[in-house]
Design a protein around this ligand. Structure first.
Ligand SMILES: Nc1ncnc2c1ncn2[C@@H]1O[C@H](COP(=O)(O)OP(=O)(O)OP(=O)(O)O)[C@@H](O)[C@H]1O
Ligand SMILES: [Mg+2]
Length: 481
């Protein structure tokens, strides 16, 4: 009989972000409870643990379910692009559906079905979905200590690293269930109300024997290819500071602090705000700062912002648009064909009544010569990208087809982009795509009588706490508290 795996033998879960929270992974041979309300992603995370084990670490796994048929799981998980049948063909995975008492019976027998299966595929990882159903179906009520204890011991015996999924909440009352004591670790997934209209998905590690963990709640997201955990602020060291990338000040000291110096040059950031939130101070402070520092700026005009209004607003922030225009360092994309003062005339790219193809061509041809010239002079470029305007004028499909590509090209050229957007309005699907294609997200929203701001994504995976946006009398008119 093997003892529990040595502490230094760590099993990497392979789930993005999770291993960081676990100081590398979970000790081999341990049994972890993965608990959460229905729909929080237990099945997804469980499958991901097995899938990444097979794909990244050459470790085979078994998924045991009591209710859902394998067909259902194949289908649900194919949404993440996971071909589980193929893994089964390669003997890297087995998904089995059986009755709890059959499972127990087969587990307890020497050379029973379970043991045979373990040997057959050289299994290292196991997921049981779920321990709550196991109890219910086995008619164990709230008890079943003996049985659960036995299963855990079997896992240890075969040095299997196991996730026991558990429905958490409503029905269980206040007492801590038995399995939470006997298992080596507890990971909890939650979906909670967050301020007014927002909900947040968070993961918390409540216990993990044999490894030091990062405490606190960390956000997680469903991505196209599975769950991704974003470790919270406190744990990420300032490694980004030493990455050599220049930081562009936003003109707001407290925001610069959250961004560890400012926006990284060559990055694409989202400024996401709901309609009530005043993003203009933030945006204009950033744009004014770029002009004051001598950068070239490409403005995408919206229906509400014209060259004239930008001129006036930036003046409030101590930047002169006219001066920059005289030096040919500002350009404007206008979808609405508005007249401008003569000094701006040759700097506006009119794109109304153009097809998407013509639009791209026109912008490219107008900007490219300037871009080349100014890069030689060592000038930086900054783009104010108004996603709301692009989506309404060019369509969602255009954004989906081109955005990631455009951002990649900007990044490669060292051009910094700030995209103004309203994730709630443009819908979950497009916004999560946009979020993925960008390096960082600054989110601001109004709730009750306060405006909040939070960095929800940044290049190092760092998130900030929500801050209150406080208005002040003098420039830059806002500060974060
Ligand atoms: N790309 C996605 N974006 C947001 N949510 C998603 C995405 N893909 C799946 N989901 C949500 O994840 C949930 C399914 O996850 P999963 O089946 O892993 O949860 P679960 O905790 O096992 O649920 P249950 O308790 O019902 O078994 C669904 O509620 C679904 O709406
Ligand atoms: Mg499930």
């Amino acid at each position: 009989m093997q003892e529990t795996g040595l502490i230094h033998d760590i099993v990497h879960t392979g789930v993005p972000g999770l291993d960081e929270l676990l100081n590398g992974g979970v000790p081999r041979g341990t049994t972890i409870i993965l608990e959460g309300n229905p729909g929080t992603g237990k099945t997804t995370l469980g499958i991901q643990f097995l899938l990444e084990g097979a794909r990244q670490y050459g470790e085979s796994g078994i998924y045991i379910t009591f209710e859902e048929l394998p067909e259902q799981i194949y289908r649900d998980m194919s949404g993440f692009g996971w071909d589980l049948r193929e893994l089964e063909r390669q003997n890297k995975l087995r998904i089995i559906c059986l009755e709890p008492d059959v499972l127990l019976d087969q587990m307890m027998r020497t050379d029973g079905l379970f043991e045979q299966l373990i040997r057959e595929i050289d299994c290292k990882r196991v997921v049981i979905d779920s321990i709550s159903l196991f109890r219910t179906l086995a008619g164990l009520g709230n008890d079943g200590r003996e049985q659960i204890y036995s299963i855990r011991n079997i896992m240890r015996k075969f040095d299997l690293t196991a996730f026991f999924l558990r429905e958490y909440g409503e029905t269980e009352g206040r007492s801590t269930p038995f399995e939470n004591y006997v298992c080596d670790g507890i990971i909890r997934l939650s979906l909670r109300e967050h301020l007014e209209k927002y909900r947040k998905r968070t993961v918390e590690i409540l216990k993990m024997r044999g490894t030091c963990i990062v405490e606190g709640e960390h956000h997680y997201r469903f991505m196209k290819d599975g769950i991704c955990i974003l470790p919270a602020l406190s744990m990420v060291e300032d490694k980004i500071l030493s990455d050599g990338v220049e930081r562009l000040s936003t003109g707001i000291e407290s925001l610069d602090e959250l961004l560890i110096g400012g926006l990284p040059q060559g990055s694409a950031f989202m400024l996401d705000s709901n309609s009530k939130a005043n993003y203009k101070y933030l945006m204009n402070s950033i744009l004014a700062e770029r002009l004051k520092r001598g950068d070239c700026v490409l403005f995408m005009l919206s229906g509400l912002s014209s060259v004239e209004t930008i001129d006036q607003t930036l003046e409030l922030f101590g930047a002169s648009l006219k001066e920059a225009a005289a030096e040919e360092r500002v350009f404007f994309i206008d979808h609405y064909h508005r007249k401008v003062e003569p000094e701006y005339e040759k700097l506006v790219i009119y794109v109304d009544r153009l097809s998407n193809e013509e639009y791209q061509k026109k912008v490219y041809e107008a900007i490219n010569p300037h871009f080349r010239e100014t890069m030689v002079q060592g000038r930086r470029w900054f783009i104010h990208y108004d996603l709301n305007t692009i989506i309404s004028e060019r369509g969602r499909e255009f954004v989906k087809r081109n955005f990631a590509d455009e951002m990649a090209r900007c990044r490669a050229a060292g051009v910094t982009v700030l995209c103004q957007t309203n994730f709630t309005e443009i819908g979950l699907e497009t916004s999560s795509f946009l979020e993925r294609a960008s390096n960082g997200v600054i989110r601001t929203w109004v709730d009750g009588s306060y405006q909040y701001l939070q960095i929800t994504k940044s290049p190092g995976g760092r998130m900030s706490a929500p801050h209150i946006v406080d208005n002040i009398r003098d420039r830059p008119y806002v500060r974060l508290i």
